[in-house]
Design a protein around this ligand. Structure first.
Ligand code: FES
Ligand SMILES: [Fe+2]
Length: 372
């Protein structure tokens, strides 16, 4: 973990204000975001536990494109457009599952290898100009960082390794690639996705919105080591040996060989444009954001634990899930109130406090991405 942590207030830019209304309500800007951001950046789509065996797949929609993420027979993760190369039919309808060795289009039964190459096309042999070997599903690029699978549908994406260079090795001790999910909840939130990012990025709201959380982690003690750019965040202290749970105690084995300092912290990082990562000593909470409309976002939340924690008598995932679910809903509620207010003719950008320097940095990164 990089050592350069600074108090949230020390990274404050004087004069920072919230986003103008159009960025939070306009359908035209929402459509532009889909192209300039979600069709151009690395979007977090899954955790490798969902793609454990060859043939395991998940379906995701990124920038309006249906994508099949699948573990290949070669062990690699592939991302195919869900579009048949025959007459263009959507092929896969299930949100997740396991292909038995091949991907078959339901229309005329062209089948594809898991890596996308055409395996069989009935009655096409001998068709003039038909190049069986040259046909494969169109694919999008895939990158894996700490067990999280990212996709990019852009034509010329920033290479994954250079995009993620600031984070390489940063969280290795938390064992993220090995973790398994105990629970997943999808929340439909009537708020713009950026209001959710801003909410995650500050604890100014914690005493009023999360009184129980504020007892476990002092809201004014946030320190950040990433305070500008696509990756933002840092840590907040918790009682060493404790955790962010209903009981206040750890509820599972530690995620990794964390030192005493790390055991006494919860690390919060946001990853533009759709990942919020919360690393507690005993569990990781992964939020991915899926914008549906200017004022509608699906938030997928997964709780990940050490694989050896499962089945042990001291494993109490509900202690974490229950606490975070309450906290999540408190956040979504104020984000929905925020959305309702910013849609008013009375709204104008308001001043960020020094405790909201990361939210302001997120807005700056967003505006840079929109102007790229
Ligand atoms: S459209 Fe897929 S096989 Fe015909
Ligand atoms: Fe919150």
């Amino acid at each position: 973990m990089a050592a350069e942590f600074r108090n949230t207030a020390d990274t404050y830019t004087a004069g920072a204000r919230t986003l103008p209304q159009r960025y939070l309500t306009s359908p035209e800007i929402f459509a532009a975001e889909q192209q300039r951001i979600f069709a151009a950046r690395w979007v977090c789509a899954a955790h490798v536990h969902e793609l454990a065996e060859p043939g395991a797949f998940v379906l995701r929609e990124v920038a309006g494109e249906s994508l099949i993420l699948v573990r290949g027979a070669d062990g690699g993760v592939h991302c195919h457009y869900n579009v048949c190369r025959h007459r263009g039919s959507r092929m896969c309808e299930r949100e997740s599952g396991r292909f038995t060795g091949a991907i078959r289009c339901p229309y005329h039964s062209w089948t594809y290898e898991l890596d996308g190459r055409l395996r069989a096309a009935p009655h096409m042999d001998g068709v003039p100009g038909f190049d069986h070997a040259g046909i494969a599903l169109r694919s999008a690029q895939v990158g894996i960082w700490e067990g999280l699978v990212f996709v990019n549908v852009g034509r010329e994406p920033t290479p994954f390794e250079s995009a993620f260079a600031p984070l390489l090795g940063k969280f290795a001790r938390w064992n993220l690639p090995l973790l398994r999910a105990a629970r997943r909840i999808d929340y439909d939130v009537a708020a713009n996705w950026k209001l959710l990012f801003e909410n995650f990025s500050e604890c100014y709201h914690c005493p009023g919105v999360h009184p129980a959380l504020a007892k476990l982690t002092p809201y004014n003690k946030a320190e950040n080591d990433l305070s500008e750019g696509p990756f933002l965040g840092g840590f907040m202290p918790i009682r060493s040996g404790g955790s962010i749970t209903t009981s206040g105690n750890a509820c599972a084995l530690p995620l990794g060989a964390l030192d005493a300092e790390e055991q006494g912290r919860v690390y919060y990082y946001s990853n533009f444009p759709n990942l919020l990562l919360s690393l507690h000593p005993d569990y990781a909470m992964v939020h991915t954001l899926w914008p549906r409309a200017p004022a509608q976002t699906t938030v997928r939340c997964e709780w990940l634990f050490h694989p050896d924690a499962f089945g042990r008598a001291d494993f109490r995932p509900d202690d974490a899930v229950g606490f975070c679910d309450v906290t999540n809903r408190q956040d979504w509620h104020v984000c929905e109130l925020n959305q309702q207010g910013v849609a008013s003719r009375a709204y104008e950008p308001g001043p960020y406090s020094p405790r909201e320097s990361i939210a302001a940095a997120f807005d700056r990164e967003y505006l840079r991405a929109m102007c790229d």
